[in-house]
Design a protein around this ligand. Sequence first.
Ligand SMILES: [Zn+2]
Length: 127
Amino acid sequence: MTKLLCSCGSTKAYDDCCSPYHAGSHCPTTESLLRARFTAFVKKNKKFLVDTHHPMYITPQLISDLEDTSFEPFGLNILSIDSGQQSDTQGSITYSFSYRDTDGIQEFTTTSLYSKLGDQWFYEQDK
Ligand SMILES: [Zn+2]
């Protein structure tokens, strides 16, 4: 039986990839956090997205944006990773992904900033 591949594009099974993070394990690197957050968008896991968003950067607008379940990203492609390893406290990742809107398939490239609180990585905002 084939296991469902993880939506983050790792080519691993979801159970062996982002699932443990969604169950509460801390992401060891910014890359694992980006992938777990991407999969959370696909799975409409709003709680995980809020829980891994740096509390200083959470706004009422952001919370209401997460209610919009029509956003369905796919095709995550990581372009570059700066710091964000286990021994770091800050990092950034540049990546692209695709999504569908009323005009068809769009591609979006962005750089996300991350920092650590204690031993846990959080997403701050896009550059
Ligand atoms: Zn994954």
